[in-house]
Design a protein. Structure first.
Length: 72
C-alpha cells in the first residue's frame, strides 16, 4: 500500500490572490529584464502581461500540489 501525502489546506481565493500579488513585483522585474530588447512598447507590455498570467497559472498548480510554502 502506498502512503499518500496529506492534502494541503484549502486556501480561499483572497488568500491565493494576496500570496500571488506579493510575488508579482519580482515576476514583473524579471519579465522587464528578459524583454528589454523588445522595441515596441505595446508588444513589450503584452509579453509582460502574458508572463504574469502564466506565472499565476503555474502558481495555482503548485498550490494545488501543496507547494505554497515560501522558501526561507
Amino acid at each position: 500500500m502506498v502512503a499518500t501525502a496529506s492534502l494541503p489546506t484549502r486556501m480561499s481565493l483572497a488568500q491565493l490572490q494576496s500570496l500571488f500579488l506579493s510575488i508579482v513585483p519580482r515576476i514583473e522585474t524579471h519579465a522587464r529584464i528578459y524583454f528589454r530588447s523588445t522595441r515596441c512598447p505595446h508588444l513589450k507590455a503584452d509579453r509582460i502581461a502574458e508572463t504574469i498570467a502564466l506565472a499565476f497559472k503555474w502558481f495555482r498548480r503548485l498550490v494545488k500540489r501543496g507547494k505554497d510554502r515560501p522558501r526561507s
